[in-house]
Design a protein around this ligand. Sequence first.
Ligand code: NAD
Length: 307
Amino acid sequence: MAETIGFIGLGNMGLPMVEQLLKAGYAVRAFDLSEPALKQASEAGATIAKSISDAAQSATTVITMLPAGQHVRAVYLGDDGLIASAAAGTLLIDSSTIDVETSREVGTAAAGSRLEMIDAPVTGGVMAARVGKLNFMVGGTEQAFERARPVLDVMGQKLFYAGPQGSGIGVKICNNMSLGISMIAAAETLMMAKRLGLDLERTYEIVTNASGQNWALSNYCPLPGFVEGVPSGNGYKPGFTAEMMRKDLRLSQDAARSVDACTPLAAHALSIFSHFCDSGDSQTDYSGISKLIGGDAWDYPFDPGQE
Ligand code: NAD
C-alpha cells in the first residue's frame, strides 16, 4: 500500500507540491480552509481531509505550506492541531516561510510530543513547484533530514542541510531579503535603459552576461518578453505575490533588529513593496514592482526607510 502523506495548505505552492507527491505514488490526505483549493486537490487525486487531525490520520509524514507564522501556530499548536493529534513518531515538515522564533517554538513543542520536525522552506517558486524542482533548505536534526530526504526529493532538485531547527528558515529569510532587493534592481536596470532609449533586447543580453546579472533578471524578469512562463508575461498574475514579498522583507527586518544587523537596502526595499501593496497591488506578482519603478522619479512617493 502507498505511504500516506498529510498535506495542509493547498495554495499557489502547496497544490503543485501535492501533484508531484501523487505522481510519485504517495497517497495524500489534503486539507485547506478554502473550498476551491480542496476541489483542485481532489481533482488532482488527493483524498480530502475534513480537518487538520484528519489530514494526519495514518500519515507517516505531514507537510505544511502556509502563508505566515500565525497560520503555522494555529495549525500546529491549536486544540485540533498537529502536535495534539499526530501519532507519535510522525515526521512534520513545515515548508512555509515564517519567523525563526515561531519555527523554533513549534519544533520544541513537536519534540516534546515525540514527533520529529524539520523546517524546510523552499526557493524556486510556483514554476519550480510544478516540475518538482524546488530547492529545500532544512533545519532540524540530521537524522530527521535524512528521514525526510525521499519525500523532499520528489518535490525538489536540491536539498541543503542548514543546521538545527530554525536554521532553514533563517537562511530563507536572508535569501529572500536579497531577492526583494535584486528584483527592484532588475526593474530599475531595465526601466532606466528604456528611458535612455537603449535597445532593450541588447541591454538584457549584455547585462545578463555581465556583472549586473542577478537571478531575478535572468530567471524571473520583471518585464515581459525576456523569459518564458514568468508572471510578467501573464499580466503579473502570481506566482509569488507582492504581499508575500512584503511579509518576507518584514521578517528580514524583524530578524535584523533582533541581532542589530545593518540592512539599509532591505529597509528601503520593504518601503517600496509596502507602497506597492498599499496602492492596490498586494495580490500582483512581486515582479510587478516594475510598474512602480517605471514611473517618473518626481512621483517617487515616500521617504527611504519608511514603511
Ligand atoms: P497561498 O496563500 O497561495 O496558500 C496558502 C494556503 O494556506 C491557502 O490556500 C490558505 O487557504 C491555506 N491556509 C491558511 N491557513 C490555513 C489553516 N489554518 N488551515 C489550512 N489551510 C490554511 O500561499 P503560497 O504562495 O502557496 O505560499 C505558501 C508559503 O510558501 C508562504 O509562506 C510563502 O512565503 C512560501 N513561498 C511561496 C513561494 C511562491 O512563489 N508562491 C515561493 C517560496 C516560498
